[in-house]
Design a binder for this molecule. Structure first.
Ligand code: DQQ
Length: 473
């Protein structure tokens, strides 16, 4: 029987462990997705660089592994996260080689349109962190070119201070000179968001008339969430102006973005599991890639995020309702659209209710159900997983945060349900992604809920989603 927790339209390899997206690049019309991958099983170990391609961001073909650790080499214990650049026609990966406790920058190039990769014999190109800094971690790369000069930032933490992105420059991607921290956080500061003691996977890019820095917040061996800052970049220093969460959940992590040939900035993130290691090994797989998110800069300097419109190709049978009233005692029956792989668009018109929500993956007797709920007074969007799974192993922590709606702005939810993934986009700017593991094969029900009053939806659209099965070579 097919594994009900696997996705049918989010990318995931056929089996084994996957984590961060790496080296995202569009090359000769094809989108390339590299990712952290362990071909030996569903656990993080001796990480290789997996590879998949797509012509539409939706249907992916898994290709042979792009990089594997070289015994005795500077990446013998893992080819960790990095980015891809076009070096005057030469595709080049900049990644972190790990060797025991060492983390150092390595590069590899391809002469056959990214299919096979040759490691630079002079690796590592940056053998050690800069002298004089007491650092926690030294890994993950975001590179760009200014004139004839390459720049990159490497994620780290300055002990006792906070996360940092260390700036380097190079004439040729092979010799690098350390400049200074591009930007450093303060681990004691909690507002507007806490950014931990070390930053993984920095991603630094231009968006509109601002520069954006996204980092994944790490602290004492724990992975938290990606945070973003938009601001000014001058004198090779970054001055944040607006800061926020990239996703209000705790599954989406280590995102990376790239510019496509239409000038869009597209981001993918790793959707971490919400169940224990044993369950992951037993399933034979771990990790899912998020849907592609198109980024934009909003007028107030915050980050906008929408699902890539290419995903609409997956929309199958369509169900539409308009002007729906939901009260604590009655809501329209949605039996005909039950399922585990659906897209919803719900537009809230009037909400007198204290809580409005969608119920997904519900068992007929209510033993399992997941709630995606919005409280208008606090403008809080949450996923309530208290009853998502009868399994004691499944993470049931509530997750969520504020969707900062304007005075007369109405909530518009775009929800993607795909096996164990719930990925929510709210009003083109807030995302909330979590993993759920219903145990019962009949936990497929969908519904609406209102508490403490009436809610009216101006429209509800639900699509049965087609499969974007990856092909395997
Ligand atoms: N994953 C990689 C690291 C990175 C971390 C290792 C973030 O390079 O810091 O698999 O999830």
């Amino acid at each position: 029987m097919a594994d009900p927790h696997r996705t049918t339209y989010h990318f995931q390899p056929a089996a084994n462990w996957m984590n961060d997206p790496n080296g995202l690049i569009q090359w000769k019309g094809q989108y390339h997705l590299f990712y952290q991958y362990n071909p030996l099983g569903a656990f993080h170990h001796k990480i290789h660089c997996g590879h998949a391609v797509s012509t539409d961001l939706v249907h992916w073909t898994e290709l042979p592994v792009a990089l594997e650790p070289t015994p005795g080499g500077p990446d013998e214990d893992g080819c960790w996260s990095g980015c891809a650049v076009n070096d005057a026609g030469v595709p080049t990966l900049i990644y972190t080689g790990t060797q025991a406790s060492w983390q150092h920058a390595c590069i590899a190039t391809s002469v056959d349109d990214l299919l096979t990769w040759q490691k630079y014999p002079g690796n590592p190109v940056i053998a050690a962190p800069p002298a004089g800094l007491d650092l926690e971690g030294f890994r993950d790369h975001s590179a760009w070119k200014e004139g004839d000069t390459w720049y990159q930032v490497i994620g780290a933490g300055i002990k006792g201070v906070g996360g940092t992105a260390l700036l380097y420059r190079s004439p040729d991607l092979r010799t690098w000179e350390y400049l200074h921290p591009l930007c450093t956080g303060d681990k004691r500061r909690t507002e507007p968001i806490w950014t931990g003691s070390m930053w993984e996977c920095p991603d630094f890019f231009r968006l509109g008339d601002r520069q954006v820095l996204i980092v994944s917040v790490w602290d004492q061996e724990e992975l938290y969430y990606p945070a973003y800052a938009t601001g000014r970049y001058a004198g090779h220093r970054f001055m944040p102006e607006q800061e926020g969460m990239v996703d209000l959940g705790r599954s989406f992590y280590a995102p990376q973005s790239f510019a496509d040939d239409r000038g869009r900035r597209i981001m993918f993130g790793w959707l971490r599991e919400g169940r224990g290691g044993e369950a992951q090994r037993a399933a034979g797989w771990s990790g899912v890639m998020s849907l592609p998110r198109v980024l934009s800069l909003r007028p107030d300097g915050t980050l906008g995020m929408e699902p890539a419109p290419e995903l609409r190709v997956l929309r199958g049978k369509h169900h539409h309702w308009s002007a729906i009233d939901v009260t604590p005692d009655s809501s329209p029956p949605l039996e005909e659209v039950h399922g585990a792989h659906r897209e919803f668009v719900a537009e809230l018109d009037v909400c007198v209710a204290s809580v409005f929500g969608l119920r997904v993956r519900c068992a007929p007797d209510g033993a399992e159900e997941t709630l995606i709920v919005f409280s208008p007074a606090e403008r809080q969007l949450r996923i309530d997983r208290t009853h998502s799974s009868l399994s004691p192993d499944a993470d049931d922590a509530p997750r969520g945060g504020m969707v900062d709606l304007g005075e007369s702005e109405r909530l518009k939810l775009n929800v993607f349900l795909d096996g164990s993934v719930v990925e929510v986009f709210a009003n083109g700017r807030s995302c909330l992604t979590e993993r759920i593991y219903p145990t019962r094969s009949d936990s497929l029900g969908l519904g609406l809920l209102a508490r403490g009053g009436r809610a009216r939806l101006s429209a509800l659209d639900i699509w049965e989603m087609g499969e974007a099965r990856s092909c395997y070579k």
